[in-house]
Design a protein around this ligand. Structure first.
Ligand code: IMP
Length: 442
């Protein structure tokens, strides 16, 4: 029995879906604990591509319970479309369980998110426009609508009658947008509530009982450590807590129930949206990392925006290991580096104004935006790794690259992904029962 958290160690899009898909096989429950339809998980099974925004991809395995936990925000329209899509593809959605406590993304949240971000001009965050920030803001402001309200027409009506006129003041006066109609929203969302009701339960109690019955629980983080509201590159972050600690709050379980934390990182770095990115590259170098024209191409699953790309940043990853308490790592997309002559790894930052060196992430936004990377350069392996199935199959220089990452981060690499499909995976050590944090950061 093991309860495992899979967490993104960078700015999201690390390829977590492939790793959670791999680990879902031995899990009984797969739990989303934060975020909403801003997330985009792509899984390729037997040549079929599945894209999820809210439902844990573990639903693809028959008999698994896929939980959308209390810490998430749910756009019911998106969730119902995903359920319908599963049914169309003859996948049974009855294992889906949605928390009574999750907050509901309403149409005014979408409108406010989009208007607010574009109104920021040069200071825009580049949000996914899915209403995430405004939904979490209402939650903190204690005026949010929860799933338990969505499925209770009396509560829903009462809340909307009070809330919508307040939101209309913002929509009309601040953003010059048309007002929302509470009656229309009520009629539409009451039906969403009816449709979702069969899936709604107290998921915290459900998970607690599962843990008592020695079931295996997999907590899957959306986004990544550097997008964490508290521990990321604020203000260029999302409004939830993707870090491992968020799994306890957002899943509704105690920290004593967690056995293992697996961090996922690409073999290089990507970022969607605005904000500083010290190892970012441009032009031809960027095209190579973006794998333009291939199935691996770096375009956001949710927004379709081209991802910004850069070299592996060990400063940022060491930080992720520390704030999440990562036991071992999964490295994805190693094969994207196959054709490169040389590879850079950022081992420290230099402040371009003061000349100070940083070996740990400078969290002050004013400093982080002006650091430049100090690189270590390693030779490329110039051979395809796509057919490698064990560590020994890998070219020597690829092994050296991975060894150097392990050394710099102080954790072992348990999994390496060398392609998009399930079988394009090298399991170096058991990611769940292998040694915990064997190496130490210096
Ligand atoms: P929001 O979560 O839509 O508010 O967007 C805030 C920031 O997080 C933006 O920079 C987004 O591009 C980024 N972001 C949100 N979700 C994801 C994701 O799933 N992958 C990568 N970036 C994301």
């Amino acid at each position: 029995m093991a309860n495992v958290i899979v967490v993104g160690a960078q700015w999201g899009d690390e390829g977590k879906a492939k790793i959670t898909d791999l680990l879902s096989k031995s899990a009984d429950y797969i739990v989303r604990y934060q975020g909403g339809s801003n997330a985009g998980h792509t899984v390729v099974v037997d040549g079929d591509t599945y894209k999820f925004h809210l439902i844990p991809s573990g639903i693809l395995y028959p008999g698994k319970i896929a939980v959308v936990g209390p810490g998430t925000v749910v756009d019911p329209k998106v969730l119902l479309e995903e359920i319908e899509d599963l049914k169309r593809r003859e996948i049974d959605p009855s294992g889906l369980k949605v928390s009574t406590q999750a907050h509901v993304t309403m149409p005014y949240h979408l409108a406010i998110d989009q208007a607010e971000d574009s109104g920021r001009g040069r200071k825009k965050i580049g949000t996914t426009g899915r209403g995430i920030g405004p939904t979490y803001a209402d939650k903190s402001d204690r005026i949010g609508i929860r799933i338990c309200d969505l499925i209770d027409p009396n509560e829903l009506k009462e809340k909307l009658e009070w809330l919508v006129p307040r939101k209309n003041i913002m929509l009309e006066r601040l953003y010059s947008l048309p007002p929302a109609d509470p009656k229309k929203i009520f009629e539409e969302y009451k039906i969403f509530g009816e449709k979702l009701k069969p899936y709604v339960v107290d998921t915290s109690a459900l998970i607690f009982n599962a843990i008592k019955n020695k079931k295996n629980i997999l907590f899957e983080g959306a986004q990544g450590t550097l997008l964490d509201l508290d521990h990321g590159t604020y203000p260029y972050v999302t409004s939830s807590n993707p870090v491992a600690g968020g799994a306890c709050v957002g899943g509704g379980i105690g920290p004593t129930s967690i056995d293992r934390i697996i961090g996922v990182s690409k073999a290089f770095t990507t970022r969607v949206g605005e904000g500083p990115f010290p190892t970012e590259v441009f032009g031809r170098e960027a095209d190579e990392l973006r794998a333009k024209g291939t199935a691996w191409a770096e375009f956001g699953t949710t927004t379709g925006r081209p991802r910004r790309v850069g070299w592996l940043d060990a400063v940022l990853l060491r930080y992720a290991v520390r704030v999440n308490g990562i036991d071992c790592l999964a490295i994805t997309k190693l094969d994207v580096l196959d054709n490169l002559d040389e590879l850079n790894i950022c081992v420290a930052y230099e402040d371009t104004t003061t000349g100070s060196k940083y070996y740990d992430l400078p969290l002050a936004a004013g400093i982080f935006k002006r650091v430049k990377p100090i690189f270590e350069t390693l030779p490329g392996w110039k051979t395809s790794t796509n057919k490698c199935r064990t560590r020994d199959d890998l070219p020597e220089k690829a092994k050296n690259y991975l060894d150097r990452i392990q050394e710099l981060l102080g954790v072992s690499i348990a999994i390496v992904s060398v392609g998009q499909k399930r079988h394009h995976t090298i399991v170096i050590e058991d990611p769940i029962h292998g040694p915990k944090r064997v190496l130490q950061q210096s």
